[in-house]
Ligand binder design. Structure first.
Ligand code: WTA
Length: 656
């Protein structure tokens, strides 16, 4: 795999000149869950013993025979153990005073709010699990969930986990085609959606999109429909297929469903993520190791305390929501806030209003959001009392030092540690991160591998690069929440992650370590874009573009974007009889929106008579990137027709 997305050299040196340091305060250290750096050596001395110790925080029906069975790249964790994620996230908390502790605090976008205690959650999860069973869902069946950020989403996931039916949550911003691709890939037989969801004051017609998707999903027999926007009368229900959630749960009465005793390696969920081909990969996560990895990192990375009000602003449609809204936090018995809508509705202080309203103490968000808040200005957070906050986190994309410092000072009152956490859908759990009671923070650095995690930075030929240099980020030892395979494509799992550097997990990210060994993440090194923290494959966008009758060929690249980190630029050649221009740009943007979802709409589209290609007809995206970055064009001698670059370059410059 070639390095196609070289991080800009300028960005690198700017990062490494960053000399601000933020050690933990004495006060923070004194109360921290971990404050002794010896934890790193202890874990390193015996990683399996370390994870076994962490695994004691989980309730097992049957203990494991072996901590780890490692046949690279196949891992089995807590071999022989029996466990249930729903039991760990719900039932076990009823045995203590936590039964009446708030599990989920829900803030709807219109301003409605709901609090579910662990006892309430137990009741709802049981009623949902009973309904699923009654409607024919069995252990091992896949259930597709297409819902906005409402408590029913977590309830549905936990109900699936309870009966051993792996769920596949599909982000509510995805299109009908994206839904049907995922549903068909995993052969889901059951689906859950809502009449709609609220976003910026509008009703998002989830059920309509689902209905269109279902036209090409023959395996789905039943669709359970949550009434969220009270559109009940307007939403057509498909006789024999659609069932209202509230009716089905009412029919369950007070029925209780015993949590299945599942093997530790029983599939918990499949979550699709973009790769370098046009087809998203269904990452398969299993139960025991995943619970251990997410609960442990949630507790120590955020320095979780019993009385914290924890808010992760991610959408549950992405892995961050799976690991750090649902499974990790609920396994830890914490109080989790869930917000349905947009940060600027009704005004740009909505997040700060929520922090103040519920006295949020841990906030976990994305760099794109932080950069957006920076642009909106300090007045919005200044309107609110944010003194409840004590730990801040970020995830999803590299954070620039300015945004980091702004987050710390303006949101965290210069007192809260900021933990920049690196991980991926594939890793399931946070892997490179500060420990807030131990690590001296550097703005823009994810700092060090979590205890027992072994990372390295390699050059092209697989040699570890010396401190001070950059290369490919790899992981050299298994960790409990790692994905076990790609659903239905074992071969792709091996080649994608384990063959570039045999014995190493290849993350696809560039990284650099400074002289002190701190890790600085530099972005993707493959054809995967990271737009506002969302992974999108250039190939996916290209195939969406060429599926439009006007487009003969398309090439897509990432361009730097002040707020989103990366934006999308597309270069297209049109078929005869079609004309470029503003109308065509809008047509194609909408087409990509229909094919994938709004997040994949290109920011810029250029029309060109030809794309730069080698004589063997390979599109040279590298040259397009050079144009976008205003670089002197590299070697063009291999191009079939070097003259076409000049016209693309001119168009690009005119668009700036
Ligand atoms: C990027 C999200 C820099 C990275 C949890 C990775 C980051 C991809 C960070 C995974 C971070 C995530 N610093 N880059 N702290 N966290 N990334 O699967 O490129 O949606 O490969 O998982 O996001 O995205 P995914």
């Amino acid at each position: 795999m070639a390095t196609t997305n070289e991080p800009a050299a300028g960005m690198l040196s700017a990062l490494l000149q960053e000399d601000r340091r933020y050690p933990p305060s004495d006060e923070f250290k004194a109360q921290a869950n971990w404050s002794d750096p010896a934890i790193y050596e202890r874990a390193e001395a015996d990683p399996e013993a370390f994870w076994a110790e962490q695994a004691r925080a989980i309730d097992w029906f049957k203990p494991w025979d072996r901590v780890l069975d490692w046949n690279p790249p196949k891992a089995r964790w807590f071999v022989g153990a029996e466990v249930n994620a729903s039991y760990n996230c719900v039932d076990r908390h009823l045995q203590s005073w936590r039964r009446n502790k708030a599990a989920i605090i829900f803030e709807g976008e219109p301003g409605d709010s709901r609090v579910l205690t662990y006892r309430d959650l137990y009741r709802e999860v049981n009623r949902c699990a009973a309904a699923l069973k009654r409607l024919g869902v069995k252990k091992g069946d896949r259930v597709a969930i297409y819902l906005g950020m409402v408590p029913e989403l977590a309830i549905a996931m936990l109900a699936c986990a309870r009966i051993g039916a792996p769920h596949t949550v599909i982000f509510a911003g995805f299109s009908a085609d994206s839904i049907s691709d995922r549903v068909n890939d995993c052969g889901a037989t059951f689906a859950i959606t809502a009449d709609g969801g609220w976003r910026r004051g509008n009703k998002i017609p989830l059920k309509d999109t689902m209905d269109r998707a279902m036209e090409s999903c023959p395996t789905v027999k039943t669709v359970l429909v949550v009434n969220r926007t009270d559109d009940a009368r307007q939403v057509p229900m498909n006789e024999g297929r659609d069932v209202w959630w509230h009716r089905a749960l009412a029919d369950s009465g007070a029925e209780q469903v015993e949590p299945e005793r599942l093997d530790a390696e029983h599939p918990l969920y499949i979550l699709y993520t973009s790769g370098t081909t046009g087809k998203p990969k269904g990452m398969l996560h299993t139960t025991g190791g995943y619970l251990v990895g997410t609960a442990c990192t949630h507790k120590y990375v955020f320095d979780l305390k019993e009385e914290d009000v924890y808010w992760c602003t991610a959408d549950v449609g992405w892995v961050t929501g799976h690991s750090y809204i649902v499974y990790g936090p609920l396994a830890n018995g914490s109080t989790c806030l869930m917000y349905e809508g947009s940060p600027d509705y009704p005004d740009k202080d909505r997040f700060w209003d929520i922090v103040e309203k519920y006295a949020v103490s841990i906030l976990y968000t994305a760099p794109t959001a932080i950069r957006t808040f920076m642009r909106w200005g300090k007045d919005f957070p200044a309107k609110h009392d944010l003194s409840s906050l004590r730990v801040l986190g970020t995830v999803g994309e590299p954070i620039n030092p300015e945004a980091w410092v702004w987050y710390r000072e303006v949101i965290g009152g210069d007192r809260c540690p900021v933990v920049d956490t690196w991980w991926m859908t594939e890793t399931g759990q946070i892997l490179i991160t500060p420990l807030p009671g131990i690590t001296v923070l550097k703005p823009g650095s994810a700092t060090f591998p979590f205890p027992a995690v072994k990372a390295d930075v390699l050059d092209e030929s697989g040699n570890s690069v010396p401190l001070g240099s950059g290369g490919y980020l790899v992981l050299q030892r298994p960790w409990p929440a790692m994905a076990r395979t790609i659903w239905g494509d074992e071969e792709r799992y091996r080649t994608q992650y384990w063959s570039r550097f045999p014995g190493n997990y290849f993350a696809g990210d560039g990284a650099k370590r400074d002289e002190a060994g701190y890790y600085w993440l530099l972005g993707r090194v493959d054809d995967v874009l990271n737009v506002a923290g969302h992974r999108i494959g250039t190939m996916e966008v290209e195939s969406a573009l060429v599926s439009h009758p006007a487009v003969a060929e398309a090439a897509v690249i990432g361009i730097s974007h002040e707020i989103k980190g990366q934006g999308i630029a597309a270069f297209a050649t049109l078929r005869g009889g079609y004309e470029g221009g503003a109308t065509m740009v809008e047509t194609l943007r909408d087409h990509v929106g229909d094919k994938i979802g709004a997040i994949a709409k290109p920011d810029k589209i250029f029309f060109t008579a030809e794309l730069p290609k080698t004589r063997s007809a390979k599109i040279m995206r590298r040259l397009l990137r050079d144009i976008a970055e205003g670089k002197v064009l590299g070697d063009t001698t291999t191009l079939a027709d070097p003259t076409i670059l000049a016209s693309i370059k001119q168009q690009y410059e005119e668009s700036e």
